[in-house]
Design a protein around this ligand. Structure first.
Ligand code: ADP
Ligand code: ASP
Ligand code: MG
Length: 406
């Protein structure tokens, strides 16, 4: 009997009706002869509401207490889904992170899973239950509740599917992975089949359809993913190993991030080890630093610029200002509200000219590029956030992505 893990995101469990729909869907899957594990997010908007509450009672709530608060969103969803299944005459049981258990490292709000135990899940499945599990949360070996970072339920679902050697279906509010965020680009087209590597690059470049770490895990444990709509019963996007046809597409998607900040440290003396000294405290504080660019001026002094997400800006500025003083560097500048716009495609490995086409398209719109970075299958630029939507649409057209894919 196959085990199927079905993950439902926030909009898919947003109302009592949607929750009953999830329950019904799981019962239909079970009736086809499968064992079903549901992994669910909090109801849409709930995690933001809980974060807001934590910040309403405290200027700077600790990450530990924030996790105690935000992890409750998923607890509500699992209980409601199991209750709805009971109401329909089915058998179901909810289990929380500590009951499974899902073990995590000790980093609050950005935890990584270290082990998923299958004993309790398998025992419940073998008694004929649909097992309903919370995404996003886990527990440290010391018994502390932690969460996995925004969008973390995707990662929970993949880790649970890998541990159970199950199929994994990701139900969301779009019909699959698109050539751009369909909310931003009305002409975006559904991608029928995509490689883990490409989706990983898309996720790291801001396509929030899947949390990046979830795709990384799926690739590592070879879990095929089917990303599909919980609203329409249509085939979605299959995420698999690469096939030879995938490389024929030069650029398959355009993505963007919003509300990043670019921090620049000027006049860094030309001595070995100083840049490491500057970045080490941020690494120790688990701050994700991106788009690092170093330039050297004629006097031999250098500047280093990098981007951080909105949530890390305050801490990153504090650490950078201290670090700059310690290494005898000059002023620290910050530009808020920049956007990273990226083109991703496996075909970049074998086709030249992607960068030039990207730069020319932006130049034609008079959009200034502040930094550039590339990987084997991705080119990213930092631009002013106010121009991001326009840039994404223009690049989508320039790379021929407006028409349906065959
Ligand atoms: P869920 O709550 O189901 O986890 P998310 O809101 O986290 O859903 O992710 C789905 C959203 O991701 C979509 O509504 C869409 O706006 C956004 N998105 C961004 N880029 C893409 C893309 N390339 N393809 C599909 N969706 C995308
Ligand atoms: N509820 C969490 C969030 O909003 C986790 C998730 O939905 O994936 O980020
Ligand atoms: Mg999500």
């Amino acid at each position: 009997m196959t085990i199927i893990v079905q993950k439902f995101g926030g909009t898919s469990v947003a109302t009592p009706e949607r929750i009953r729909h999830v329950a019904e869907h799981a019962l239909i899957t079970q009736a086809k002869g499968h064992q079903v594990v549901i992994v669910t997010s909090a109801m849409s908007g709930e995690t933001d509401r809980l974060l807001g509450l934590a910040h309403a009672v405290a200027k700077d709530p600790t990450t530990r207490e924030t996790d105690v608060v935000v992890s409750t969103g998923e607890q509500v969803s699992v209980g409601l889904i199991a209750a709805a299944i009971h109401d329909m005459g089915g058998k179901a049981i909810s289990l929380l992170g500590f009951q499974i258990p899902i073990l995590t490292d000790g980093v609050f709000m950005k935890s990584r899973m270290t082990a998923v135990s299958t004993d309790a899940i398998t025992a419940a499945l073998n008694k004929g239950n649909i097992v309903v599990l919370p995404g996003f949360q886990g527990i440290t070996p010391q018994g502390e509740i932690t969460t996995l970072g925004r969008g973390g339920s995707d990662t929970s679902a993949v880790a649970i599917a890998a541990a159970l050697k199950a199929d994994c279906e990701i139900y969301t509010d779009v019909d699959g992975v698109y050539s751009a965020d369909p909310r931003m680009v009305p002409n975006a087209q559904k991608i029928h089949r995509i490689s883990y590597e490409e989706l990983m690059e898309m996720a790291s470049a801001g396509a929030k359809v899947m949390q990046m770490r979830s795709v990384e895990l799926a690739a590592k444990y070879n879990v095929p993913l089917h990303i599909r709509s919980s609203f329409h019963n249509v085939e979605g996007t299959w995420v698999t190993d690469e096939t030879p046809e995938m490389e024929s597409v030069m650029v398959s998607s355009i993505t963007s991030t919003m509300h990043e900040s670019r921090i620049a440290v000027r006049d860094i003396p030309d001595r070995c080890g100083l840049v490491a000294q500057l970045f080490e405290p941020m690494a120790n504080s688990n701050i994700n630093v991106d788009m690092i660019v170093q330039t050297v001026n004629t006097e031999g002094l250098s500047s280093v610029a990098f981007t951080v997400g909105k949530e890390d800006l305050k801490k990153a500025m504090q650490l950078t200002e201290n670090g700059a003083k310690e290494i005898g560097a000059g002023r620290v500048e910050v530009a808020g509200d920049v956007s990273k716009v990226s083109a991703v495609g496996l075909g970049m490995r074998s086709h030249a000219g992607v960068a030039v086409r990207m730069f020319k398209t932006l130049a034609a719109l008079n959009i200034n590029i502040q930094s550039i970075t590339t990987s084997e299958i991705k080119i990213s630029v930092i631009i002013e956030m106010a121009r991001a939507a326009e840039a994404v649409k223009a690049l989508h057209t320039a790379f021929g992505l407006d028409k349906p894919q065959t």
